[in-house]
Design a binder for this molecule. Structure first.
Ligand SMILES: Nc1ncnc2c1ncn2[C@@H]1O[C@H](COP(=O)(O)OP(=O)(O)OP(=O)(O)O)[C@@H](O)[C@H]1O
Length: 256
């Protein structure tokens, strides 16, 4: 079956004083339809660059990035992008923030309203639909940003450390909520995180990257059942996989 997203021999350099800096070196990765893939690796290994290329916001230097087998030519409503900073419009309510992305799709007003309500309900913010962002906690703001991405109905969610700024408890709650939505709506998810526990808890597979140059170091299967519960989180198998990921991230041999 055609992968949902493919990185084929993708390299990317950025110009620096004194020569080019190779940020990504020959990355090959296929992400299947409806798969949940997390990406971890040391700071600067190119995680965000890789995701930005899948989003169509950054062009690959060489190689191909394919979506359903066709080259990515730029951003599109088939991919929802969520960053660590909530990026909400402060003067718009939760509902208006969520509806905003739908305006660009030229949907009729009642369809926009319906889609926004559904997305707001999915993230558990219905009681706050008419609230302004400044009155929301960090976790609620991030849920609003997630609802905005959901509302457009993308087949792919590209999430760059979406829970990075949140406290540990809110983070765990949003992980569960994300998995709950994913298991019902089954979008393809590519999710960057610095948190090894989070990477294992969420994913079908964890991609471990290495730095200098940025590249894929290992891909580790997470053969744990869904739904991921506290029991799963506390299981010996979870610890074993977590330790394996941890070891691959923090004990990488330097590049040849
Ligand atoms: N626009 C740019 N111009 C020059 N260098 C860049 C640019 N974007 C990224 N880089 C460099 O490319 C490398 C990879 O950056 P990237 O942000 O993708 O890494 P990362 O793994 O997401 O890092 P972190 O975990 O710290 O967020 C870094 O060394 C960075 O300095």
């Amino acid at each position: 079956m055609t992968p949902k997203i493919s990185f084929r021999n993708v390299s990317k350099s950025f110009p620096l004083k004194g020569g080019d800096f190779l940020a990504l070196d020959r990355v090959d990765l296929d992400i299947a339809d409806r798969e949940f893939v997390t990406v971890v690796g040391p700071s600067g290994c190119g995680k965000s660059t890789l995701m930005s290329m899948a989003a169509g916001l950054t062009e690959p230097g060489t190689g191909d990035i394919l979506l359903d087998g066709a080259p990515v030519a730029g951003p599109g409503p088939d991919r929802g992008v969520i960053f660590q900073q909530y990026a909400l419009f402060p003067w718009l309510t939760v509902r208006k923030n969520v509806e905003f992305g739908l305006k660009l799709m030229n949907l009729p007003q009642d369809e926009r309203r319906k889609r926004a309500e559904h997305a707001i309900e999915l993230v558990g913010l219905s009681d706050f639909a008419d609230a302004l962002p400044k009155t929301l906690s960090g976790g609620m703001k991030q849920r609003c940003a997630i609802a905005r991405a959901y509302a457009v109905g993308p087949q792919v969610l590209l999430m760059d450390e979406p829970f990075g700024a949140l406290d540990a408890l809110t983070r765990v709650q949003l992980q569960d909520q994300l998995l709950d939505t994913w298991s019902r709506e089954r979008r393809t998810v590519m999710f960057i995180t610095h948190d090894v526990d989070e990477a294992v808890y969420l994913a079908n597979r964890v991609v471990v990257m290495a730095a200098r140059p940025g590249r894929i170091h290992r891909v580790i299967d997470v053969d744990l059942p869904y739904p991921r519960t506290e029991e799963v989180r506390l299981s010996p198998e979870f610890s074993r996989i977590r330790n394996e990921v941890w070891h691959s991230v923090y004990h990488q041999a330097p590049a040849a």
